[in-house]
Structure formats: structure tokens, C-alpha cells
Design a protein around this ligand. Structure first.
Ligand code: CP
Ligand code: NVA
Length: 305
């Protein structure tokens, strides 16, 4: 495996290896043990969209592995002035050892990976957010001890997050139930790939409009913003469409008593989740955010060593 563009790039064995390495690196970090696996390696980090977690966790992560990150805002590099993705990929391949990119069109990341001689890691596109989904599963495993047979419920927009969670759940045999308004359901093509993968892992995939059906007996509740980066001009119509698609205490009450709440963040309290839930006892969103660091270190170490 050269790149991580979507969860489809990973085998079940590959996911397990990343989780084992993430757990090891997390433990070593807590014990103050250094692990300079990527000594003197550099990661170019291209951002065409805003970021707090992805930027900081990749930059700190490569530093902790002994290397260095270079933040490249697409407004500041020539890519933003029309230099081609192909030329950018070829030039960066002469300087750095890996590229992380956050942008709009997923096809741009595929093109970058095609022309780069070095690993390319998808740090979010309009279609996928694989580093987040891997972190989410790692966080669930850390809390529940296992993944297979658990039920995760996702309530909200059929966006990049749900696409990646669907594929990740299918790969590891986690059941996933998704409740979205009719016009914002997950992409058909991604659902069908996930269902195909799920045949061998026995992961159950359910897509519904009904929040309480989806949340019933869930082990994990997950939501994300109603309007993703790039959807800003649709905020009002989305607020109307998603008004009842909120994770609140009523939704939590139909899930299992020990259910955990996850959100990739940033969150909008009072929209997709109430403050009571995200700031409550069942929420582990900051452990989840921390795990971005450990899991991405494992991803970089796997691809760039
Ligand atoms: N969850 C996530 O990717 O956060 P950022 O947009 O802050 O990177
Ligand atoms: N779906 C959100 C995720 C942010 C981490 C977005 O794309 O803006």
C-alpha cells in the first residue's frame, strides 16, 4: 500500500496493524518513551480547507516521530494559482517524504497520488475522511474492547464522514445504522461497496429516516455537522431539513445504557447535538480527538518508514 486515500485501500489485517501500532505509540507517549521512527523525514501538508485537529495532530505527530511537517496553504503555494496537480506532485516528491492533503474534490487527491512517488494521505475531501474514521474505530475499540458485533448509529448528513464510517464499519464487522433526511442519504455507490465488503464480515448496514429506529440499542452514537466545509451557502435549507436530526437525551435514552457518544468535531451545540449530550458523561469526543494524533502517527509510520 503506497497511499491512504480511502478506507478501501486497507485490508482488515492492515487496519489491525495500524490499531496495534497506534496503541503502542500512545502507550509509549504516555510513558515518555521516544519513538523516532521517521527521523529526519518530512511531511508536506497541503490545506485547501480549514483545520484544527488534522493540522495540529499531523504536525505534532511527525515531530514526535523525529521528522518535520511543512504547512502548505493552497492559497500560498502555486497550486492555488493554477499550477497543475501533476507538476505539484512531481516537485514535492523531490523534496518531501510524504504528502497529507485536505481539499474539495476527491479526484484531486487521486491525481496527486497518481503522480507522486511518495505516499499521499487523505486528510479529508468532500467524499472521504479516512484518518478520522480509523481514529473513531480505534477509539471505540479502546472503550469497548472489540468492534465486531457492536452497533454504531450515525445520525445526520450523508457526507464524507458517513462514507468513511460505512466502509470502515463494513471492513471490521461493526454494525452501522444511519438515519438521514431523504435528500441527504449516504451516497448509493458507497453504500453498495460497503454492503459488498460487509458480506464477508457480517456487518449489518441499515439506512433509515427514523432516528429512534436507528438509535435503538446502539453501543455508539455518532453525528457530524449539518453543513460541511464547502456547503456554507446551503446552511439555511440544511438547518430546516435537519431540524429533527439531533442527538439529544431522548435519542440517547433508546441506545444502550453504556453507549458512548462520538463526534469528529468541530461541533455545533444546539444543532446536530445538544450541549447536554456532547458535554455529558457518555461523550468521549476529546479522547477521540486526542486519538487522531496516535492513529495518524501509526499511519505515517506505516506508509513513510
Ligand atoms: N475532525 C477534523 O478533521 O477536525 P479539523 O477540521 O479541525 O481538522
Ligand atoms: N463533514 C465535516 C467534517 C469536518 C471534520 C466537513 O467536511 O466539514
Amino acid at each position: 500500500m503506497k497511499d491512504l486515500l480511502t478506507i478501501k485501500d486497507l485490508s482488515l489485517e492492515g487496519i489491525k496493524q495500524i490499531f496495534d501500532l497506534s496503541a503502542k505509540l500512545k502507550k509509549e507517549k504516555q510513558e515518555g518513551i521516544e519513538h523516532k521512527i521517521l527521523l529526519n523525514k518530512t511531511l508536506g501538508m497541503i490545506f485547501a480547507k480549514s483545520s484544527t485537529r488534522t493540522r495540529v495532530s499531523f504536525e505534532v505527530g511527525i515531530y514526535q516521530l523525529g521528522g518535520q511537517g511543512i504547512f502548505l496553504s493552497s492559497n500560498d503555494i502555486q497550486l492555488g494559482r493554477g499550477e497543475t496537480i501533476e507538476d505539484t506532485a512531481k516537485v514535492l516528491s523531490r523534496y518531501v517524504d510524504g504528502i497529507m492533503i485536505r481539499t474539495f474534490a476527491h479526484s484531486d487527491v487521486e491525481e496527486l497520488a497518481k503522480y507522486a512517488d511518495i505516499p499521499v494521505i487523505n486528510g479529508l475531501t468532500d467524499s472521504y475522511h479516512p484518518c478520522q474514521a480509523l481514529t473513531d474505530l480505534f477509539t471505540i475499540k479502546e472503550n469497548k474492547g472489540e468492534l465486531k458485533g457492536l452497533k454504531m448509529t450515525y445520525i445526520g448528513d450523508g457526507n464524507n464522514m458517513v462514507n468513511s464510517l460505512l466502509l470502515a464499519a463494513a471492513k471490521v464487522g461493526l454494525d452501522i445504522s444511519i438515519a438521514s433526511p431523504q435528500a441527504y442519504k449516504p451516497q448509493e455507490d458507497v453504500v453498495s461497496v460497503a454492503k459488498e465488503i460487509a458480506q464477508s464480515t457480517e456487518s449489518k448496514i441499515e439506512i433509515t429516516n427514523d432516528i429512534l429506529t436507528a438509535a435503538k440499542d446502539a453501543d455508539v452514537l455518532y453525528t457530524d455537522v449539518w453543513a460541511s466545509m464547502g456547503d456554507e451557502d446551503e446552511i439555511e435549507e440544511r438547518q430546516a431539513a435537519f431540524a429533527s436530526y439531533q442527538v439529544n437525551s431522548e435519542v440517547m435514552s433508546v441506545a444502550k445504557k453504556d453507549a458512548i457518544f462520538l463526534h469528529c468535531l468541530p461541533a455545533h451545540r444546539g444543532e446536530e447535538v445538544t450541549a447536554e449530550v456532547i458535554d455529558g458523561d457518555q461523550s468521549i469526543v476529546f479522547d477521540q480527538a486526542e486519538n487522531r494524533l496516535h492513529v495518524q502517527k501509526a499511519i505515517m509510520a506505516t506508509l513513510m518508514e
